[in-house]
Design a protein around this ligand. Sequence first.
Ligand SMILES: [Zn+2]
Length: 272
Amino acid sequence: MLIDAHAHLNFNAFRDDFNEIIERSLAENIWMINVGTKYETSKRAVEIAEKYEKGIYAAIGLHPIYSTAGIVKIKTDPEEGNFVASREDFDSERYKELAKSEKVVAIGEIGLDYYYKPKTKRKLELFKEKQKEVFLKQLDLAKELNLPVIFHCRMAHEDLLEILKNHQVPGVIHCFTGNWEQAKQYLDMGFYLGINGIIYKLDLKEVIEKAPLEKILIETDCPYLTPPQAGVERNEPIFIKHIVQEIVKIKNLDFQKVAETTSQNAKNLFRI
Ligand SMILES: [Zn+2]
């Protein structure tokens, strides 16, 4: 079996056929965690998971891009791609309601995203403060609910590491894009690294080579980051096999070993 630790069948890209895609995945014994990015997509991740007895789970949370959408104009919405993201405030109570579902296995994706940032110094400070404030509230929620965290981090590893030094929560650094030095710091703090199709765009060979297999989670981040071998534009959980293949090649292990260990890792972290 394989577990896609980060999918978005809760996004509009799958509105018409998420059912078929899930059936296709389950038929190949591929499980998945559908990850929320704001209230609506979190709710939808829970609704989808509730339809299935086993194998489909949900993470709920507010992606950093939405909390600062009022401070800087974000040209890409995490859900819709090329749309302007609109601001959303974090309301802990609403997420707590969602977390009553047994299918909610993590808080995420939450964290810091400094990719689109304001140009003036004052606005930049405000922007970072706001992201951190919303992030901290969600870390508190994770602790309160005793759930692991799926971290989103883009161009902000220094700040994220600084915050995590003072907040002990189990979790995964989704779509890891840092260097080995940074990877090592996360690993030393007990975090897992999420490896996905970004490996076709960035050189993560050293990180994959050196990180223990017991600390790697595999993800698709579908509908995004499609492995080129898939031959279609939209990513989906069955293409997770290509990510496994890359790890097999880099770490010089067999497929079964990588499949078994990464599945067990996801089961351990998400307690599924
Ligand atoms: Zn994602």
